[in-house]
Design a protein around this ligand. Structure first.
Ligand code: NAG
Ligand code: NAG
Ligand code: NAG
Length: 227
């Protein structure tokens, strides 16, 4: 599948990122700078990408990006290849790709269909977020905690859904998704995930699951023999 320019839709109600690119950080986060994003020109930038680009790569401090409520649409080049069995031409709708280390998101909504949230790599924390989609919509090999989040399956022609596609590739790989005190709900049946990597790791802890979950839970996909 050619990864040309894709339309990415990011809907955010309240969006905070605390962003850093190195591990030279003290335990308690002390934020040295706050950047405001507001599409109505009332902040430092009008787009989330400009705010992220304004942070140098060698940054060692916590920086908070406060994003005003609104709908943000943006175009990103080069999404990962995705496979879907069948000949249906699916329009990918990646909302966000996160590969920095130590990023956290509070009260954010990630709205998509397939591949909504690319939790690619690094340590991430999602608190009180809302994530919506159908196919592999939380995917990648981040080392992430989702706490108090609502995960919602939208109704679609693609059945069943696959909530996660975790990409851990070896037994020593630290990647994995933990869903703690979350709520998995929505409008069509779904697997909890399918294994994108042979050592795919997803943990649900104290999470409410509605009746949409297929009782087997998981689908081996690329990792038959590793179940
Ligand atoms: C960080 O990078 C900027 C340019 O990107 C450079 O001017 C600065 O000296 C660098 N700082 C450190 C601590 O490496
Ligand atoms: C998240 O939203 C809740 C309810 O609207 C609010 O009480 C809380 O302060 C918000 N958290 C952040 C970090 O903005
Ligand atoms: C989960 O979300 C659904 C839909 O918003 C809601 O009806 C249900 O009460 C929630 N369950 C819990 C335990 O929060």
């Amino acid at each position: 599948m050619k990864c040309s320019l894709l339309l990415f839709l990011l809907l955010l109600l309240f969006f905070f990122i605390i962003f850093s690119s190195t591990s030279k950080l003290s335990g308690a986060a002390s934020i040295v700078r706050t950047i405001a994003v507001d599409p109505n020109h009332k902040g430092d930038f009008t787009s989330i990408q400009e705010a992220i680009d304004s942070i140098p790569n060698n940054n060692t401090h916590w920086i908070k990006i406060h994003v005003a409520a609104g709908v943000y649409r943006f175009v990103i080049a080069g999404a990962p290849q995705n496979t879907y069995d069948g000949s249906v031409n699916i329009r990918q709708a990646l909302a966000a790709a996160i590969s920095g280390d130590k990023s956290s998101f509070y009260n954010c909504s990630f709205i998509g269909f397939q591949d909504t949230l690319f939790d690619r790599k690094g340590r991430h924390y999602f608190k009180d977020c809302y994530i919506e989609g159908v196919m592999d919509f939380i995917f990648g090999n981040g080392q992430s905690i989702y706490e108090g989040c609502t995960i919602s399956l939208i109704r679609s022609a693609m059945k069943p859904g696959f909530m996660t596609a975790q990409g851990r590739g070896s037994p020593k790989d630290p990647g994995g998704f933990v869903f703690k005190s979350c709520n998995v709900t929505g409008f069509q049946e779904t697997y909890l995930g399918r294994a994108w990597g042979a050592y795919s790791r997803v943990i649900f802890y104290r999470t409410f699951m509605s009746g949409i979950i297929i009782p087997q839970g998981w689908y081996a996909w690329n990792a038959i023999g590793h179940e």
